[in-house]
Each structure stands twice: as C-alpha cells, then as structure tokens.
Write a protein of this length. Structure first.
Length: 317
C-alpha cells in the first residue's frame, strides 16, 4: 500500500502547477510576471528544505530529554569560581532559578538560569524548573548587582513555563515576569541569553530580554507548549505534534523569524550524549556573542536592545 503524500509534498505540487500555468500564460506585450515566477520558485525551494513535522517534533523531544544538560551541568564545565546567591530578600528562595556570580574566560559575569531536577525528589524541589515570583525577584537582584559593578549578564533558559499555580498567581506572577523583563531592558551591561532546552512562554522570556539571544540546536522556544496549543485549537492535547508542526518552536524557525540571533551547535544526536562537548560548544557560542557588544557604549547598547524587541512582530509594507 502506497504511503500518503506529506503536506509539504502536496503544497509543493500545488505551487509547481501554478508555476507551470504562469510560464505558459499568453501575455500582452510589455506585461511581465517575472516577479511572481521568482517568488513561487523561492517558495518551492523553501518548502523543499523545510523541516518535516517529524523533524520539528524530534527537536521538541530532545529539548525535553530527561538526560539533557541543565544550567548547573554547564556551570560546572564552562564557568569558574561560581558563587550561588540565594533568596529574593523579600519572601523566599526559589530553587527553580539558579543565580550567582562566576568567572568566564577571564572576566566576572552574573549568571541566571532555570534548573530542573534529575530524579523525582530533585524535580519536586526545583518545581520542574517552573519559577514562582520569588525566583524572578532573585534573578532581578543578581542582575541589579551585575549592573552596579559592570558585570555582563548571562541567562540560560530551560523551563516549561512559569509556575501556573494559585499561590504563584496570588504572589503576582504576571507582574513579576513583566518587572524582570523591564529590569533586563534597563541593563547598562552586556547581556547574553541562550535557550538550552525548553523555552516556554513568560517563564522563559522573563530572563531572555538580552542583547543577543541564542538557542542550542535542539532547543525549543515558544509562547505556549505544543500540548497547550493543541488543547486550545483542537480540544485534544494528543495533537501536540500537529501543533508543533504548525507553530514551529525549533531553533531553525526561530532564527528565520528573527526571534533569536544565532544557533549553538550540539554534539551529533543531542547534548544529552556528551555534556563536555555540548558545554565547549555553548561556551564558544557565548563568547562569540559577547565579544562584539562588550565594548559598545552603554546607552547605545540599551537603545539597540529596546529597538530590537519592539520591532518583533511588526510588519512594514
């Protein structure tokens, strides 16, 4: 029994039929459809090289892989003399956010990152990497310390999203996410973010408003999870693969959309197969992103940061 054609193949066939009709169209002298022909050819080429639904879903699975390196795994391999700072100086310490000061290739930096857990006990302790408001207040405290002393800020994003529970909402979850974003926008020091696993919704973007935003090759970054999107659109979370194919949270598509600035390569098969190689590649990516902006004027850097994020989603005719 022959396999059914993929949606991308059907789309290519439809476009090729349009292209053939245009090429054979009898035209009045002086009339040209060259621009439309070129546009259709570009569209066919893009679809031909487009990752399939299976490839997009594979990125989702790798981003969520239980053995994937987390923030503290990279801290151990990339940074020296890491001193973790605890507490938000207001309510509590949130273990879902790791924050502190460290040395990175000869310079002092501030580091903020999400931290998941390896076993059920640690996952419960870390709340599966989903921060409460106190986590974002801790992140802001460390960022403000870095800004005061002129230390670059690095953030590593890996969360399904901010914790959606009643207690978090009662503590002002949405407002503290917004304040954390505002704190990053106002930084006068260089800031680099890298999505190292799941970049989920406001929980991710709260610490991702940086001068340069990177993604590891098999990370994902989106406003909603595939399951959440499927539950809204089709009332069925099992359609998550279909949803992911539609909104494309993988690194390649995020780069095409201009949401990120670069992709950090991973060892073949994914970062979970070789922590040391993944860390070396991530360290090189962070250094390459930091060097061009490290010596820029602070006001210029802040203006460029604001302009970059305000331009997202804006279409000009």
């Amino acid at each position: 029994m022959a396999a059914e054609p993929k949606q991308s193949e059907i789309e290519q066939l439809r476009l090729r039929e349009r292209l053939a009709k245009l090429r054979n169209l009898p035209l009045i002298g002086g009339v040209s459809v060259g621009g439309e022909l070129a546009r259709l050819e570009r569209q066919i080429e893009r679809i031909a090289t487009e990752p399939s639904a299976d490839e997009v879903w594979h990125s989702v699975e790798l981003a969520r892989h239980q053995d994937r390196p987390y923030t503290l795994d990279y801290v151990e391999r990339i940074f020296d003399d890491f001193v973790e700072l605890h507490g938000d100086r207001s309510f509590a310490d949130d273990p879902a956010i790791v924050a502190g000061l460290a040395r990175f290739r000869g310079r002092t930096i501030a580091l903020v990152g999400h931290q998941k857990g390896r076993d059920i006990r640690e996952r419960t302790h870390r709340n599966f990497g989903m921060p409460y408001p106190e986590g974002y207040r801790k992140a802001m405290r460390v960022m403000e310390l870095a800004d005061r002393h002129g230390f670059p800020v690095f953030t590593l994003v890996d969360t399904p999203g901010a914790y959606p529970g009643v207690a978090a909402e009662q503590h002002g979850q949405g407002g503290w996410i917004a304040r954390c974003q505002l704190a990053m926008v106002r930084l006068t020091v260089p800031s680099i973010c890298c999505v190292i696993g799941e970049g989920g919704s406001g929980g991710a973007v709260a610490i991702a408003v940086a001068d340069r935003v990177l993604m590891q090759e098999n990370a994902i970054y989106s406003v909603i999870s595939p399951e959440g999107c499927a539950a809204i659109l089709w009332r069925d979370a099992s359609e998550a693969k279909k949803a992911a194919a539609a909104f494309k949270p993988d690194a390649r598509h995020c780069l095409d959309l201009g949401v990120i600035d670069g992709i950090v390569a991973e060892p073949e098969g994914g970062a979970q197969l070789d922590f040391d190689a993944a860390a070396a590649l991530l360290g090189d990516g962070l250094a390459a992103a930091l060097d061009p902006i490290a010596d820029l004027d602070a006001d210029e850097r802040r203006r460029a940061r604001r302009a970059r994020f305000r331009a997202m989603g804006v279409f000009a005719s």
